[in-house]
Design a protein around this ligand. Sequence first.
Ligand code: 13P
Length: 255
Amino acid sequence: MKTIIGNWKMHLGIRESIAHARGVLRSVMGHEVLPEIVICPSFTALSEVRKVLVRTRVALGAQTMGTERFGAFTGDVSVAQLDDAGCGFVIIGHSERRAMNGESDAVVNAKMKLIAQTSLVPILCVGESKESRVAGKAEEFVAQQLGAALRGVTLTKASRLVVAYEPIWAIDTGVSATPADAVAMHGVIREALRTIGVGAAVQVLYGGSVDGANAYSFLREPGIDGVLVGGASVKIHEFEAIVNAGRDVMIAQNV
Ligand code: 13P
């Protein structure tokens, strides 16, 4: 099984989101073999998109969540509220939030602790900067990020963890990592998770300038369980091509 997640970021209003979600459904209709597909609209569109996705094979996710259970936290949305809104997934620690919204390792860790007590699946994002890669410190950096995010987090065998390797320099730049670089880092991530002793079922996805043209080259790698897609996920033909690449790989490799 491959997993394809669309992070719509701060794109699309409610009507556009409904139309786009319908477009995603149209592109998967009639196919028996399908990757797991998750779409993550803005908060404002969650409840309307949920209605579109009811009883389909496309799941709903959120782009972030707050660090508290409930209370006087203006502007925040709790994990319970996301559950209530029909989300099965939530992106945690995206590099845009780390860079622009002050989400430190401690904040990411607090969110992971909260989500571990729910049935939502965290999509935990990690990834190094260009400087870190040039300095040869990328692997160390990513392993450290994972350790910090998961410190004291209890994930049982029954829980599921999605880790998305998204090198910062590849996000929204049109310059993706090479599949070989991604595979190498995915190996580092799996090893780090083993060392930490994560018991959960883990999938490791690649994200960063994935589009319809390069998706197959990532998805065909056995070490890459799927892709987390930003810009191309709000373009229906691109997203459809990425989903089709996932199907092609699943059929060709019987995975
Ligand atoms: P792009 O696909 O636009 O590079 O964004 C990747 C990303 O940040 C997904 O979370």
